[in-house]
Design a protein around this ligand. Structure first.
Ligand code: AMP
Ligand code: ZN
Length: 469
């Protein structure tokens, strides 16, 4: 299995630190709003990487954080007149609903920055002791960037070029830095902001330190894969390397993976530019699986432009797989013979070739575009080589293969079809009862379960309405 490593700018053979195990950390969202579909790209891409590795037999320890202390969260909390944690908890819950709808597996651990302050104090203390960080007069702790010899190795930047370029970026309050390249590890509290006590001042952490600390705590000093969107290469991941390697004295992550942007009109989709659609916007119009399919239809390192036309094409593509599975099910239910004929044995063997093609594509730096093309070839093969005379054994073998490959991509092609109208209505009734009993957790669970199967609920004055996305 080959992975493109941002660190070496090459595809490298994947060799885990520990046989049969993968330690993987993916930087998660800052939770102050509903996530947009750009944020969903790394979630879907790295969930698919995880699923493929699990399919290959690896035990994957998958850690992904929530940044739940940040200027934008605090700003929103002040606007709403609530504690910052009210905002972050609300949007963590909403983010988890979207992830569930998109069939993104729960991380092994989903740490939150505010729960990891002790670890941050420890690491910052170590960095100061080792001369890699210093306290300024106002209590801010800065990382002494030039003290780390490998600085720039991930983003392939020369530290001296950075120095020149960044001087003008000094903002007020940062003039106590020894060097303009130094970045904040800990900063003094401002009025009305959440803060923690520390040996340096009452305050809160800078952004970069949380990932170094959470990765160390849940995965150890050295990990296999660290991932995120390409905007994180610099400075976030560069700074993480500087912190972790200086504090732990060991190489941090072996493979660095970065997804390219999801664009709209060839511009990065982002909250700040305002050119975004939330996942919620999209899954009200499309089955969440169509969005997942759309994301995987391009290689993760290629920019992907979002448009209604491409989503419609994704819908057609996804439907072709679902229909093929559905046809196989129908034939299976009505098959008259049990065991494979000699001819069918040969065909079933031939069909395995599509799995080999799929694996070959995924082994080549997770080329999901080609992997999906292999699924389509299998769909075509199924559609032309099955009929009412086919045996149960043969049909099952094809169905298993098609469902297995779809499942590696996290595409639900089977379960959803089993959702009959009567089942949906029974669940809606149960949800109403749960809400009446103020059991909002159960009510939410039901809503999410339905969402994950492509059923969207709408609470209207006339009662609850539902539709298939
Ligand atoms: P943020 O909440 O901005 O820290 O982003 C969370 C994750 O989403 C990070 O891995 C970002 O790199 C990624 N991300 C944000 N916007 C986009 C986009 N338009 N396309 C792809 N990834 C994105
Ligand atoms: Zn991070």
């Amino acid at each position: 299995m080959k992975i493109y490593n941002t660190l070496s700018k090459r595809k490298e053979e994947f060799e885990p630190l520990e046989e049969g195990k993968v330690k993987m950390y993916v930087c998660g969202p800052t939770v102050y709003n509903l996530i947009h579909i750009g944020n969903a790209r790394p979630m879907i891409v790295f969930d698919t990487v995880r699923r493929y590795m699990e399919h290959k037999g690896y035990e994957v320890n998958f850690v992904s954080n929530f940044t739940d202390v940040d200027d934008k969260i605090i700003k929103k909390a002040i606007e709403e007149g609530v504690e910052a944690s009210v905002i972050s908890e609300r949007y963590i819950a909403e983010c988890k609903k979207d992830m569930q709808a998109l069939n993104v597996k729960e991380a092994t651990t989903h740490p939150k920055a505010t729960q990891e302050i002790c670890g941050m104090l420890d690491m910052i203390g170590t960095l100061i002791e080792k001369g890699h960080a210093y306290r300024a007069e106002d209590g801010t702790v800065y990382y002494r960037t030039r003290s780390f010899k490998g600085y720039g190795k991930l983003s392939h930047k020369n530290i001296d070029d950075l120095q020149g370029g960044n001087r003008s970026l000094l903002v007020s309050g940062e003039d106590q830095k020894e060097d303009s390249l130094d970045f904040v590890l800990w900063k003094p509290k401002k009025d009305g902001e959440p803060y923690w006590e520390s040996p340096w001042c009452n305050g809160r952490p800078g952004w970069h330190i949380e990932c170094s600390v959470m990765s160390k705590r849940y995965l150890g000093d050295e990990i296999d894969i660290h991932a995120g969107g390409e905007d994180l290469i610099f400075p976030h991941h560069e700074n993480e390397i500087a912190q972790s390697e200086a504090a732990n004295g060991k190489p941090f992550a072996k493979y660095w993976m970065h997804n390219a942007f999801l664009n709209i009109d060839n511009r990065k989709m982002s909250k700040s530019a305002g050119n975004f659609f939330t996942v919620r916007d999209i899954i009200e119009k499309y089955d969440p699986q169509v969005l997942r399919f759309f994301m995987l239809s391009a290689h993760y390192r290629s920019p992907l432009n979002f448009s209604a036309e491409l989503m419609d094409a994704a819908k057609n593509g996804y439907d072709r797989i679902v229909t093929s599975v559905s046809n196989l099910k129908y034939l299976l239910e009505n098959a008259t013979s049990d065991t494979m004929s000699e001819e069918e044995k040969k065909l079933a063997e031939e069909a395995k070739g599509f799995t080999a093609k799929f694996d070959e594509a995924m082994d080549d730096d997770f080329n999901t575009a080609d992997a999906i093309a292999a699924i389509f070839e299998l769909v075509k093969f199924v559609n032309t080589n099955t009929d009412a005379e086919s045996s149960r054994e043969y049909l099952s073998s094809l169905k298993e293969e098609l469902v297995m490959l779809s499942d590696i991509c996290g595409l639900l092609v089977e379960k959803k079809q089993e959702m009959l109208d009567s089942d949906i209505e029974a669940l809606i009734e149960e949800r109403q009862a749960a809400r009446k009993a103020k059991n909002f957790q159960r009510a939410d669970e039901i809503r999410n379960e339905l969402l994950s199967k492509g059923i969207v609920l709408e609470d209207t004055r006339e009662g609850v309405k539902w539709k298939r996305a």
